[in-house]
Design a protein around this ligand. Structure first.
Ligand SMILES: Cc1cc2nc3c(=O)[nH]c(=O)nc-3n(C[C@H](O)[C@H](O)[C@H](O)COP(=O)(O)OP(=O)(O)OC[C@H]3O[C@@H](n4cnc5c(N)ncnc54)[C@H](O)[C@@H]3O)c2cc1C
Length: 502
């Protein structure tokens, strides 16, 4: 029999499975999506937009978002062994130091900054180092933007012209904000995606201590007297199977999948469970609440001349604290920049009359908070995007920043007229055009109080023995940047904590 069952072979689940197997434990990894060892759309750097809406994508849909002109937003999430780490844009962003401090504060002593740093050292191998504060000891290869058509020196020059740090600035170094530089990516020596699947799982696929059941969706965790004792799985042929294990069950189904699975298992807010006609097994009022996500907004300028279309979605970044009031000093805007329409998006963009440069401000410290729940028939996903007016105000400031950069010494050599948004009506433009950048977190957050958190510092579900959640749902707040690194950190931390506890 297996020691551990891990539900979900995504970014965090892959890390955990690898570390358990390395420690000689017997692991069963159950994944709803397929096991794909190689495929161009995952491995090649421009392939992943082809997967959106495919069988490799859960393609979650929100309910109409009232502050987004009632639009329904699709939130793509990986449904494949490798999870979202196999369909993401590969930007390697550690996040702000304060993100780790928040996690440390909520997590307690096991989550000390030195333990978090140790976890990071097992992940990051910064090939373009050495550099102050960076690791070259980890399993994931990290490189500065390797595509010259995606990198734009004029952007860096403009940033410098309006007062941001630029020369040799490293946002993953000691100071994240107030600078601009090349984006860094988890890309390997062959120029392909260096995914958690490739880095953590691929080489142990034949290990006798690892069994992967793919194409199999866990429907329920079974409990006896508040002790988790097994899972009920729907296999590829549609049959249902009950599986048990020796030690623990770990849910790593992602920030949207994990709370749904808990609720289907009778663990959640009694009111929500009752409405969904689910027997209440354990009262856990915070399950599915506290959903936070990052939003992106396109800001387009006409180019004075045609430039080559970049191979990556973007290659340049600037982090800014536009409100100067972020409680932890983390930037509130991550501004990605692409000098011309990227190749991977050509298929999806409407035909453009002119060549364009694209600024992509990302709201990285949103104050709007939503929820995700199972209503008995379907997933009710309501991020409440832009429900907090401060988020709209920050995005308006971000548009002003793009205009300033386009006119500054540097980009003014390339930028012609502003195309989007129009001169007037920025608030309407924001509501009609903003969309997710696929970073949901917080729905099973860590904390000491079972009334406002779902898991304790050992990532054990409050009030349930032998059941843990290990993925981006446990991070208490969104990070000040893309959040893949933190999902990997959670995986490394969990492995350490679980292997060292009884
Ligand atoms: C399109 C896209 C682009 C992104 N770009 C970036 C980027 O450039 N940089 C960055 O830092 N972050 C990026 N992210 C975010 C980052 O990839 C995620 O935050 C991270 O991968 C989340 O890891 P996770 O382990 O929490 O969940 P996931 O990696 O999503 O793993 C969850 C796994 O659980 C499986 N699962 C769910 N329910 C069940 C069930 N009931 N039974 C069995 N299996 C189940 C899923 O199929 C999936 O494989 C992006 C995400 C997406 C989707």
């Amino acid at each position: 029999m297996h020691d551990y069952i891990i539900v979900g072979a995504g970014s965090s689940g892959s890390v955990l499975a690898r570390r358990f197997v390395d420690a000689g434990k017997k692991v069963l990894l159950i994944e709803a999506g397929h096991l794909v060892k190689e495929t161009a759309n995952i491995d090649k750097i421009g392939g992943f937009p082809n997967l959106w809406g495919s069988k490799y994508d859960w393609n979650y849909e929100t309910i109409p978002q009232k502050d987004l002109s009632n639009r329904v937003i699709n939130i793509n999430q990986g449904k494949v062994v490798g999870g979202s780490g196999s369909i993401n844009a590969m930007m390697f962003v550690r996040g702000h130091k304060s993100n780790y401090e928040q996690l440390s504060e909520k997590g307690g002593e096991l989550w000390s900054m030195s333990n978090l740093n140790k976890a990071l050292s097992k992940i990051e191998n910064y090939i373009d180092g050495p550099k102050e504060g960076r690791f070259q000891t980890g399993i994931i290869q990290v490189r500065n933007c390797p595509d010259p058509t995606s990198y734009c020196p004029e952007f860096q020059q403009s940033a410098k012209d309006i007062g941001y740090k630029s020369d040799d600035w490293d946002y993953n170094g000691p100071i994240q904000d107030s600078g601009a530089g090349p984006l860094q990516f988890n890309i390997d020596e062959n120029g392909d995606r260096h995914s958690p699947f490739k880095a953590y799982l691929k080489e142990i696929l034949d290990n006798k201590n690892l069994e992967i059941i793919s194409n199999a969706q866990v429907k329920r965790i079974t409990l006896h007297n508040n002790v988790a004792n097994g899972v009920e799985v729907e296999l590829a042929d549609g049959s249902l199977k009950k599986i048990t294990c020796n030690k623990k069950i770990i849910i790593s189904a992602g920030a949207l999948g994990s709370p749904i699975l808990l609720e289907k298992s009778g663990i959640g807010d009694p009111k929500i469970l009752k409405n969904a006609n689910i027997n209440i097994k354990v009262e856990a009022p915070s399950v599915g609440k506290n959903l936070m996500d990052h939003l992106q907004l396109p800001v387009l300028f006409k180019l004075k001349k045609q430039l080559p279309n970049p191979k990556l979605l973007t290659g340049n970044v600037l982090f800014a604290d536009l409100n100067n009031n972020s409680p932890y000093g983390a930037p509130d805007i991550q501004l990605n920049f692409t000098p011309a329409a990227p190749q991977p998006l050509q298929r999806l963009l409407p035909p453009l009359e002119f060549p364009v440069m694209i600024f992509l401000p990302i709201l990285v410290q949103p104050q709007s908070v939503g929820s995700v729940h199972w209503d008995g028939e379907r997933i009710k996903l309501d991020p409440q995007y832009l429900s907090n007016q401060n988020d709209i105000e920050t995005l308006k400031k971000a548009i002003d920043l793009c205009i300033k950069l386009a006119n500054a010494n540097g980009l003014n050599q390339l930028a012609s007229d502003a195309l989007l948004p129009p001169k007037e009506g920025h608030e309407d433009y924001i509501k009609e055009n903003v969309t997710t950048i696929w970073h949901p977190v917080g729905t099973c957050r860590i904390g000491g109080n079972p009334m406002d958190s779902v898991v304790n510092q050992k990532l054990q579900v409050h009030g349930v023995e032998n059941l843990h959640v290990v993925d981006s749902s446990v991070t208490p707040y969104v990070t000040g940047g893309n959040n893949h690194v933190l999902a990997l950190v959670v995986g490394e931390m969990a492995a350490d904590i679980l292997l060292n506890s009884a």
